[in-house]
Design a protein around this ligand. Structure first.
Ligand SMILES: Cc1cc2nc3c(=O)[nH]c(=O)nc-3n(C[C@H](O)[C@H](O)[C@H](O)COP(=O)(O)OP(=O)(O)OC[C@H]3O[C@@H](n4cnc5c(N)ncnc54)[C@H](O)[C@@H]3O)c2cc1C
Length: 145
C-alpha cells in the first residue's frame, strides 16, 4: 500500500508544515501507482521506488526532529537570541534550501486541462480584489500546458 502525508509521518517537525509534503509525496505515490496500473512496473517495484525516494530525505526529517527536541529542552531565555542568529546568519539560506528540498513543490505536475497560463504573483496575492480576479482566471480559461 502506498502511504503519504500525515499517515506516513511526513508532516515536518519543528514547523508543523504538512500540506506541501502531503501534496508532493501524495502525487509521487500516485505516479508510482499509475506505473503499476499501466503495467510498467510490478507493485513491489513501484513501492520500492517510492520508498527509496522518501527515505532519501529521512536525514532531513531526523534533523528537524532533533532541532525540535533540542529547542524544547533549551532554556526559554536563549530562544529569541538563537532564532535571531539563525534567521540572519548564513546558515539560514542553506537550511532553507534543504528544508524546501524535503518536499520540493517543483516536482508537482498539474493535470492536463485544469491549468491556465495565468500565474498569480506574490504581489498579486496581497492585492485584494484585483488578485481575486486573477486567481479566478484559471477556472474560466483552463488552457492546458
Ligand atoms: C491545527 C492544525 C494546523 C495546521 N496548520 C498547517 C499549516 O498552516 N500549514 C501546513 O502546511 N500544514 C498545517 N497543518 C498540517 C496539515 O493540516 C496536515 O499535515 C495535512 O493536512 C496532511 O494532509 P493529509 O492529506 O496527509 O491528511 P488530511 O488532510 O488529514 O486528510 C486525510 C483525509 O482522510 C479522511 N479519512 C480518514 N480516515 C478515513 C477513512 N477511513 N475513509 C475515508 N476517509 C478517511 C479524513 O477525513 C481527511 O479528510 C496543520 C494541522 C493542524 C492539525
Amino acid at each position: 500500500m502506498f502511504v503519504a502525508g500525515d499517515a506516513a509521518g511526513q508532516c515536518l517537525a519543528l514547523t508543523g508544515e504538512g500540506i506541501r509534503p502531503a501534496l508532493v509525496w501524495g502525487q509521487e505515490a500516485g505516479r508510482q501507482a499509475a506505473r503499476v496500473v499501466r503495467g510498467e512496473a510490478s507493485l513491489d517495484a513501484a513501492l520500492a521506488a517510492y520508498r527509496t525516494q522518501v527515505l532519501a530525505h529521512r536525514w532531513q526529517y531526523r534533523t528537524l526532529e532533533r532541532i525540535q527536541a533540542g529547542l524544547l529542552r533549551a532554556p526559554r531565555a536563549v530562544l529569541p537570541t538563537a532564532v535571531r542568529i539563525f534567521a540572519h546568519g548564513p546558515i539560514a539560506r542553506v537550511a532553507q534550501a534543504y528544508y524546501w528540498d524535503l518536499a520540493d513543490p517543483d516536482r508537482l505536475q498539474v493535470a492536463p486541462g485544469v491549468w491556465s497560463d495565468v500565474h498569480v504573483t506574490a504581489e498579486q496575492c496581497g492585492a485584494g480584489p484585483a488578485a481575486t480576479a486573477v486567481e479566478q482566471e484559471p477556472l474560466r480559461g483552463s488552457t492546458s500546458r
